[in-house]
Design a protein around this ligand. Structure first.
Ligand code: ADP
Length: 497
């Protein structure tokens, strides 16, 4: 299913939409969070959890409104974008407060509200339809909604707050009975629910039961497949405590074994990475010598026998010399790449203002030749390796100057502090990059131009990515062909900077 808004789809008859959509299941509910830019957290993968009974019922535990909508907004947005029916049960917030939060979370609500795709339902129409909370009644509400959506929409997505469990119209026992039955109702249907639980207001004894009745939980920006989940048929049984003991012990054993396996895999990976690094180093180092030999003998041939060679033979020798020069540049680059050290113990506070001064000083000749204007904002102090960071900024700034097009380059370097990390940007107004290639350019030796158009080895950005990876950051580019490019990367900031 596409994660992008496909507006043309909304114009088509609904029956066609139904045929083309994948079933709505837990995977698609988690996908909303996995692909969301505002949900920064971890989504535990489903693989290897076949024995965990899954269903389409997710509980969100939140402590602040911001935390709550970081999950709810992408969940609703994806439903709307995929043409699903989205039902929002109102509880502690008003409809307009919810709409403000959804709009702030980039959810395009207006068309969906108008067409009836997105609807809001007060408690009196849902949980408290008959004056007090009645599980049968509420299951009826959902099963009617499933029937209504069926055929017209590819699925039903429900989201609801649950603070009403705190008032006198509902008992916790009824609610738990209901929650465990929702799993059964949704199982096998194109239907998914996200219920929000306010950790600050709902008492811990209730939250414990909520944990036990939901197969999937979202808490502290992390989606967890719930090892404490208790199937409804067991939840209300009198001997459940015995089963709880069994479950807890097995969970401990599973977790411990998984952790031991993980540690082993990490150690193997580290070893294999080290072997690869050594291989790249030795290969590129040992290639230098025969290469040097090829180019010096070619040059000797040219200088000694130039008079005896015809023009074509001299041209061939020129090609061979420039080929071996290029290969030497690539081998040097590979060597530099393999030398980038992963050792975080050398990291120190690095003043990026000083780093950029050094970078600009070393690029001075190129800057003057191209008449480039470089503007630099105040940059922070970060934690890292100063040489690597100089290399990173140098590669990005020299690319910004190199790929500038016909006009003198204009380059801006800025940094935006976000919590304990900082987002740096290097933007230019040059030739830009087609969106199709924005990932490929970070691969080793990948270039979008011939050497005649722009000289280079295709190593600069792969070095940048390796350096940023080493520092635990991300690097990406935002660009339109003909409209310049902005390269972003993140680094951890030094405390107190
Ligand atoms: P090189 O510059 O040696 O080719 P890089 O790894 O630095 O290698 O860059 C890879 C490719 O990404 C370049 O060949 C170029 O096509 C593209 N590129 C990099 N920086 C920019 C930029 N600022 N504007 C447009 N294209 C860029």
């Amino acid at each position: 299913m596409s994660q992008q808004a496909d507006h043309s789809r909304q114009q088509e008859p609904r029956t066609e939409r139904v045929e083309r959509c994948d079933p709505l299941n837990i995977e698609s509910g988690l996908e909303a969070l996995r692909s969301s830019s505002e949900f920064h957290g971890t989504v535990e993968p489903l693989e290897g959890l076949d024995d965990l009974e899954t269903c389409e019922h997710i509980a969100l535990f939140y402590r602040s409104r911001e935390e709550r909508f970081a999950t709810v907004a992408p969940f609703v947005r994806q439903g709307i974008e995929q043409g699903e029916r989205v039902m929002y049960v109102i509880d502690d917030l008003s409809r307009s407060e919810i709409l403000t939060e959804l709009r702030g979370g980039d959810v395009d609500v207006d068309a969906a509200l108008e067409s009836g795709q997105l609807t809001f339902h007060p408690l009196e129409e849902t949980y408290l339809r008959s004056g007090r909370f009645d599980p049968d009644d509420m299951l009826e509400v959902y099963s009617e909604a499933i029937d209504d959506a069926d055929g017209e929409y590819p699925g039903l997505r429900v989201t609801a707050n649950t603070n009403f469990v705190l008032d006198e119209h509902a008992t916790i026992e009824d609610f738990m009975a209901y929650e465990s039955r929702v799993n059964d109702l949704f199982e096998g249907e194109d239907c998914i629910a996200l219920c929000h639980y306010d950790c600050e207001r709902i008492p811990p004894e209730t939250l414990v039961d909520v944990i036990r009745t939901h197969p999937h939980l979202v808490y502290d920006d992390t989606v967890c497949h719930n090892f404490y989940y208790t199937p409804p048929e067991e939840f209300f049984e009198p001997d459940e405590t015995y089963r709880d003991v069994e479950r807890m012990l097995n969970t401990l054993v599973d977790r411990s074994r998984a952790r031991a396996e993980l540690n082993e895999t990490v150690a193997e990976l580290e070893e294999s990475n080290e072997r690869l690094r050594r291989f790249a180093y030795v290969a590129s180092h040992d290639l230098q010598e025969p290469l040097r030999m090829i180019s010096s003998y070619l040059q000797l041939l040219e200088s000694r026998y130039a008079d005896e060679l015809d023009e074509e033979a001299r041209e061939f020798i020129d090609f061979a010399v420039s080929g071996s020069d290029r290969m030497r540049e690539m081998v040097d680059g590979l060597l530099a790449y393999s030398r980038i050290d992963m050792d975080e113990s050398d990291f120190e506070p690095v003043d990026c203002d000083a780093v950029i001064d050094d970078v600009l000083a070393s690029l001075q000749v190129r800057i003057e030749e191209t008449d480039a204007t470089i503007s630099v904002d105040e940059l922070p102090t970060v934690v890292g390796d100063p040489q690597q960071l100089e290399q990173l900024l140098s590669n990005l700034v020299s690319n910004a100057v190199k790929y500038s097009g016909d006009e003198p380059p204009r380059v801006e370097i800025a940094a935006d502090r976000q919590g304990d990390r900082c987002v740096f940007s290097v933007s230019d107004d040059g030739i830009g990059i087609d969106s199709e290639y924005v990932d490929q350019i970070f691969e080793i030796f990948n270039r979008l131009h011939s050497n005649d158009e722009f000289p280079g080895t295709g190593l600069g950005l792969s070095l940048c990515r390796k350096i940023v990876d080493n520092h635990g950051g991300d690097i990406w580019v935002d660009s339109e062909p003909g409209d310049g490019a902005t390269f972003y990367f993140t680094l951890p900031t030094a405390t107190g900077s």
